[in-house]
Design a protein around this ligand. Sequence first.
Ligand code: KG4
Ligand code: ZN
Length: 327
Amino acid sequence: MGIILAIETSCDETACALYDRPQQTLVGEWVRSQAQHRAYGGVVPELAARDHLAHLLPAIDELLRAAPAPNATRPAAIAYTAGPGLAAALLLGASLANALAFAWNIPAIAVSHLDGHIASPRLRYPNLPYPHLCLLVSGGHTQLWRVNGVGEHTRLGSTLDDAAGEAFDKVAVLLGLGYPGGARLEQLAKNGNPAAIQFSSPAQGDYDFSFSGLKTAVMRRVTHPAESKLTPADIAAGFQAVVAAGLAQQVQKAMQAHNITHLTAVGGVARNNTIAAALRAAAHAQGGQFYRPHAKHCSDNAAMVALAAAHMQAQPATYAYTINPKS
Ligand code: KG4
Ligand code: ZN
């Protein structure tokens, strides 16, 4: 039996998953996006941790009961997101995972949330080719990675200020779409003209990004509507277009310089179809392919944590984080 139970509690998604390591298949998964943060316009760490506590154990119980025999009741290892993320939320997950590992006398595997995202396309494409570039775009991160193999990745660039998802969320709030508004902004942009306004690109230096100036530029447009005939949909479309182009520009530059043809995009913002289209075009221009996980595995989830843990068990030496063999 080689079932890994994984839990994810780094931010405002509570998630758990069961992964059959020998069969390389997901046996079950569960995720709950916390809604209570909407009222505050951002994630409140203490509320997030309390909500994880309320929902995680019953969800694990249900997941194990629903798993086909003989997988149920006791997994062979438990993996948890050890960081980066909100301290209170991570602490809750780490405590719970280590307590279960102690009770069941099984290994506890501390997984990097970033390793999880970087591994996530392999849930959909188990034969994903190496080397490839990985663009990680979420509410907390915007990073460009060169991925040489399982667990072997080096960072080429990152945002200098806000994350791409953070910029989507802030612009969405400015446009009255609420929080988190990335997906709603994408919907609104469908009715707008992306060429109606030209914002400045978030591309910076070789492979870096900056979104704070762009956010301010959007704010000026929104707060001085009398100056222009732009609709909110035009602003959304113009913002989304310049983000997509800026991300694709940096990715393509890195692909050329590193002679890499294949590209993945991961994290919540990778759900965006305009961004995906620009990235797909960049990969095709290099003669390669573009890969992104299924939408549910772009956003925070535990399946990616389980997969990264399986990779760690196979190749522990390549990872900075640790496996606690027996708690
Ligand atoms: O990966 P994720 O679920 O959580 C973090 O680790 O941050 O990403 C959440 C982010 C939010 O900022 C959300 O607005 C953004 O992903 N997002 C989108 C879309 N769907 C989610 N941004 C742009 N377009 C979308 N369709
Ligand atoms: Zn994430």
